[in-house]
Ligand binder design. Structure first.
Ligand code: PMT
Length: 409
C-alpha cells in the first residue's frame, strides 16, 4: 500500500469499489437505505437494484438521493441501467450484495432465474456475491430455504447468517437482517480475498493484560486495543487468515477473524504460543504486564490500619521471545517514553523480532487510546524508518507492507 498525504485524513476503505446493492421485498428493506448511506460514506460507488416488491417498502428516490446514482427497478424502465446493456452493472461490480434477501429471492438466485434486473445481474457477474437473508424464522428454517442457502454456499456465495430476535411477525426467531455496519465488515472481508496476504496465517495481539490482585481488582494499563484491532482488520482486508488474541476491550468483535479472548499475560502466552507455531506472522501490539501479583488474594483485600501496603510481584513470561514457528516472522511493538529508537533496537535483538514498531506514548495523538499513531520501524541493526502521524489502520497497513519483506516466499 502506498502512503500519501491523505494518510491522516478520514480513511475510505471502500474507495474505488463499485458495489451493486440488491434490495428485495422485506420490511428490513428500510435498513438497506442505511447500508447504502454507510457504503457511500466509506467511499463506494453504489448502484441499487430494487425488486418490484422492495418498492412496496422503500422507494427508488430514497436510494437515488443517498447514492447520487440512478436506481434500477425494472429491466426496461427509463432509469434502468440495464435497458441498453443488460449486463452493465454485472460487469462494473466489484461485489454484489443482496440485503435484505427474501426467501423468494434466495430461491430465485439458487434456480438461476433472470426475470428481473437483480437476477440478471447476479447471473452475469464474476464479482463475489453476498446475500444477507431476512425473513420470518420459520421461513428461514424451512428445509426449502435451507436447501437454497446450502446450494448458494456451495456455489461460493457468501451467506450472512440472519440474527436471532424479535421479527416483524411479532414472533421471536432466526431471521433478522444483520446490522448494516456488520454487513459492510463482511463485504470488506470478502473483498480482501486474493490480497497479498492470501494463504498467510497471521496472529495479532491486542489490549492490555489484566493481572488479578484479588477477585475484584486487577493491575492493567491504558491500552484500548485499537492498534491491535486495526492490524487484524488490515490483515483480514489483505486476505490473511487472522487470529486476534485480545484482552477485554470496548471494541466489537471483527467479522472473519478468529477472536481469542484472554485476560492475563499467562493466558495470552499460552494462546500465542499455540497459534503462532503454525503461522507466518506474529505482531504483538498488546501491552503485556511484565509482572503480576505473586499471590492474588482468594478474597477481596480489606482495608487495614497500615498506611502502606507492599505488593509482591512475579515475573510474567516474555511472550514474543518464546513464540516460535518454522516460518514465523515476529514483529514487536515498543511503548517508549524516552530514547524510543535506541530502546527499540535493543528490543528487536532481545526479542528476536524482524523489526520493532516504536511509538513514543507521551506524544500527542500517539500510543494508548488514540485513533492515530506515530511510529518508527527499527531493526536489529539500528536502521530507523520514521513515519508521520497516521490513523491506526494506515499504520497497520504500513506494518504489513514492511513485514512482507521478511515473509518466506
Ligand atoms: O491499544 P491502543 O490503545 O491502541 O495502544 C496501542 C499501544 C500503545 C498499546 C501499542 O501501540 C504498543 O505500543 N504496544 C506494545 C506495548 C508494550 O507492552 O510495549 P513493551 O515495550 O512493554 O513490550 C515490547 C514488546 O514485547 C511488545 O510487543 C509486547 O507485546 C511484548 N511483550 C512484552 C512483555 C511480555 N511479557 N511479553 C511480550 O511479548
Amino acid at each position: 500500500m502506498q502512503l500519501d498525504s491523505t494518510q491522516t485524513q478520514r480513511y475510505l476503505p471502500l474507495r474505488d469499489h463499485n458495489v451493486v446493492l440488491g434490495v428485495t421485498g422485506s420490511i428490513a428493506a428500510y435498513k438497506a437505505a442505511d447500508l447504502a448511506s454507510k457504503l457511500v460514506q466509506q467511499g463506494a460507488a453504489v448502484d441499487v437494484i430494487l425488486t418490484e416488491s422492495a418498492t412496496e417498502f422503500v422507494g427508488p428516490t430514497t436510494f437515488a438521493a443517498l447514492t447520487h446514482r440512478p436506481v434500477t427497478v425494472g429491466l426496461f424502465g427509463a432509469n434502468s441501467a440495464l435497458s441498453i446493456d443488460h449486463v452493465a452493472l454485472a460487469m462494473r461490480a466489484n461485489v454484489v450484495v443482496v440485503a435484505p434477501a427474501t426467501a423468494n429471492t434466495l430461491a430465485k438466485i439458487a434456480m438461476g432465474l433472470s426475470d428481473d434486473p437483480l437476477g440478471a445481474t447476479i447471473l452475469a457477474t464474476s464479482a463475489p456475491i453476498i446475500v444477507a437473508p431476512a425473513m420470518d424464522g420459520d421461513m428461514y428454517d424451512n428445509p426449502a430455504t435451507q436447501w437454497n442457502v446450502q446450494v448458494l454456499r456451495e456455489r461460493g456465495v457468501h451467506v450472512i447468517e440472519p440474527g436471532e430476535g424479535r421479527l416483524a411477525s411479532g414472533l421471536t426467531g432466526r431471521g433478522r437482517l444483520e446490522e448494516p455496519a456488520r454487513i459492510i465488515e463482511h463485504m470488506r472481508w470478502v473483498l480482501g480475498r486474493g490480497g497479498d496476504y492470501s494463504h498467510r496465517r497471521v496472529v495479532i495481539t491486542a489490549g492490555g493484560t489484566q493481572e488479578p490482585l484479588d477477585p475484584v481488582r486487577y493491575l492493567t494499563n491504558r491500552s484500548s486495543g485499537k492498534m491491535g484491532y486495526a492490524l487484524a482488520e488490515a490483515a483480514r482486508g489483505r486476505g490473511a487468515e487472522v487470529t486476534l488474541i485480545t484482552t477485554p476491550t470496548a471494541l466489537p468483535d471483527l467479522v472473519g477473524v478468529t477472536m481469542v479472548k484472554v485476560n492475563t499475560a499467562r493466558e495470552m502466552h499460552r494462546e500465542v504460543l499455540q497459534a503462532s507455531a503454525d503461522s507466518d506472522l506474529l505482531v504483538m501490539a498488546a501491552a503485556v504486564a511484565d509482572y503480576r501479583p505473586a499471590k492474588p488474594a482468594p478474597q477481596k483485600i480489606k482495608k487495614g490500619d497500615e498506611d502502606t501496603l507492599v505488593l509482591e510481584l512475579a515475573r510474567n513470561p516474555d511472550i514474543i521471545t518464546e513464540a516460535s514457528g518454522q516460518r514465523l516472522v515476529k514483529v514487536a511493538f515498543a511503548a517508549e517514553t524516552m530514547n524510543a529508537a535506541e530502546n527499540a533496537k535493543t528490543k528487536a535483538v532481545s526479542k528476536g523480532a524482524a523489526f520493532v514498531v516504536a511509538n513514543d506514548v507521551t506524544e500527542a495523538g500517539s500510543g494508548f487510546g488514540t485513533d492515530t499513531n506515530r511510529v518508527a520501524f527499527v531493526d536489529a541493526q539500528g536502521n530507523v524508518e520514521q513515519l508521520p502521524l497516521m490513523n491506526k489502520l494506515t499504520v497497520a497497513h504500513a506494518v504489513l507492507d514492511r513485514a512482507q519483506r521478511y515473509l518466506s516466499r
